[in-house]
Design a protein around this ligand. Structure first.
Ligand SMILES: Cc1cc2nc3c(=O)[nH]c(=O)nc-3n(C[C@H](O)[C@H](O)[C@H](O)COP(=O)(O)OP(=O)(O)OC[C@H]3O[C@@H](n4cnc5c(N)ncnc54)[C@H](O)[C@@H]3O)c2cc1C
Length: 465
């Protein structure tokens, strides 16, 4: 196994012996080494600046575009690298681990937007044009989904809508969080479909250009991932017909086939990258720091060895799951061949969605634990910004709360396992007869009559509409 390098020197953290290198092709390993070197020369220093001053990592995007990373997933005939899910997970993990977690998360959102665009680019010259210029013109994409009214239920865009106009569409959206908000060059957003009839499951995706979105970057602040600029966004714009991404009503398919799988895969790779970055720093610090009284380094204490051992085992368990699902999606999509989606009904990734929920849950849970333990291993020195432990710890806290939150995910998994997938009822449409009947039992005769009258009036009102 080759030695992991940091410039001319050996890398100071964990070597390749604890990385699942056998999962990568030679080309992917070469790309990984290039990203590590770019992290050393550029990304890592910019991470400190981004965190301190809430600076969007555009400089890092310019740097990674030189490696072709913005077009990582774009087919070769459109000028991209034509890479697969495994490469996407590797690239995000590597950027987060050795370089900058904020950049890794903005890059995750970029890859999600690229996937949503590639999913429906076949007959759309505007999307094809953007996808063919991602690296050359450093065109950063992102996803804007979360709605102020529905919080982390980002699949439920209440404050949005679209109407047909003489020249195309009018689209309105309010988003409470948008990574790269105000800094991205293009956005994929989701609204309820034109001719909305009250069914929030009927969603449509749109391409919005940077100058059409109103953001308020000066208001962004957060505990970690501070370079992300994940602020609010507002769209109220007339669009030409080509800006609809996919057919009307394609939103749920786009979510299940592209936005969710890529977000869950790559954000999990980001959380694993943060965990590994912390373990690397802890290795360097604890093997250097000495206690003169006992003649021991911190790393010589079995307690510290146990912390590091457990952190590596747990993180590699999570990585194994990320890469297993990346591989599963590579196999299911003929190695991320986007031409399979010329047939609009082909949705192979969507079949693995409940596995992707588990991937995100475990990576986000693990990063919270590992970041705490690596802080403990480094002691008070880790508490100060100098080591970088403190920044990674704050960055890692975003994992659990980013939608779909870990509370929601474990419920999705448990509920679907126990009661079936239809019980999830994303769009609040199925009636829970058990709850309804149980509540009705509590009403006395007068209460029942009053309720019946109200329901009759409502039903007649509806019928008269
Ligand atoms: C750094 C960062 C970047 C982000 N970037 C983006 C982005 O680029 N695009 C985007 O669209 N969004 C983004 N988000 C938003 C994110 O996905 C969530 O929508 C957001 O964190 C929700 O915050 P909230 O305060 O509304 O939480 P709430 O939804 O109000 O949640 C509060 C609590 O209720 C729990 N809860 C919610 N629903 C349920 C339920 N059904 N069952 C049990 N518990 C529940 C939650 O788990 C949480 O514990 C980002 C968030 C962060 C932190």
């Amino acid at each position: 196994m080759s030695q992991k390098k940091w410039g001319d020197e050996d890398f100071w953290g964990l070597g390749y012996e604890y990385d699942p290198q056998w999962l990568l092709t030679d080309k992917q390993k070469e790309l990984q080494a290039k990203i590590i070197d770019l992290a050393r020369t550029t990304l890592r220093d910019n991470a400190v600046e981004s965190d301190k001053k809430l600076i969007f990592p555009r400089k890092n995007f310019e740097a990674i575009s030189k490696l072709g990373l913005l077009g990582l997933l774009v087919p070769k005939e459109l000028g991209g690298m034509g890479e697969n899910h495994t490469a996407a997970a590797m690239a995000v993990e590597t950027i987060a681990r050795y370089g900058c977690a904020s950049t890794a998360m903005c890059y995750t959102m970029h890859l999600g937007a690229v996937a949503a665009a590639l999913f429906r680019h076949h007959n759309n010259p505007t999307l094809r044009d953007i996808l063919s210029r991602l690296d050359k013109d450093v065109l950063i994409g992102t996803l804007s989904y979360s709605d102020p009214e529905t919080g982390s239920h980002f699949w439920y865009p209440v404050s949005s809508g679209a109407e047909k106009t003489a020249k195309g569409w009018h689209v309105r959206k309010k988003a409470s969080w948008t990574t790269s908000g105000g800094f991205a060059d293009w956005y994929i957003i989701q609204t309820t479909s034109p001719e909305f009839n009250g069914n929030y499951g009927d969603l449509t995706c749109w391409l919005i250009m940077g100058n059409e979105a109103k953001a308020e970057p000066s208001k962004w602040d957060g505990l970690g991932l501070r370079g992300n600029q994940s602020g609010t966004l507002e769209v109220d714009v007339d669009l030409t017909p080509d800006r609809m991404v996919g057919p009307k009503g394609d939103g749920a398919a786009s979510n299940d086939e592209c936005v969710d799988p890529f977000f869950l895969l790559c954000s999990s790779a980001c959380w694993n990258g943060i965990s590994l970055g912390m373990i690397d720093i802890a290795k360097r610090h604890t093997t250097m720091k000495k206690h003169v009284d006992v003649g021991m380094r911190v790393a010589d204490y079995p307690t510290i060895q146990d912390y590091v051992g457990e952190a590596i085992i747990d993180t590699n368990t999570s990585r194994a799951m990320v890469f297993q699902m990346a591989k599963a999606m590579d196999v299911a999509t003929n190695n991320c061949d986007w031409s399979i989606h010329k047939d609009l009904s082909v949705l192979p990734r969507a079949k693995t969605l409940h596995w992707m929920w588990q991937v995100k849950f475990s990576a986000a849970k693990n990063v919270a634990h590992v970041t705490d333990k690596m802080l403990h291993a480094c002691g008070g020195t880790g508490y100060k910004p100098g080591l970088g432990i403190e920044r990674y710890l704050r960055d890692g806290k975003a994992g659990w709360v980013m939608g779909p939150t870990n509370e929601v995910l474990r419920q999705f998994v448990g509920k679907s396992a126990l009661l079936g997938f239809e019980s999830l009822d994303y769009w609040n449409q199925a009636i829970n007869e058990r709850v309804l009947n149980n509540e009705l039992k509590k009403l006395d005769a007068a209460g029942k009559r009053k309720l019946a009258e109200k329901l009759m009036a409502e039903a007649q009102g509806k019928a008269a509409e």
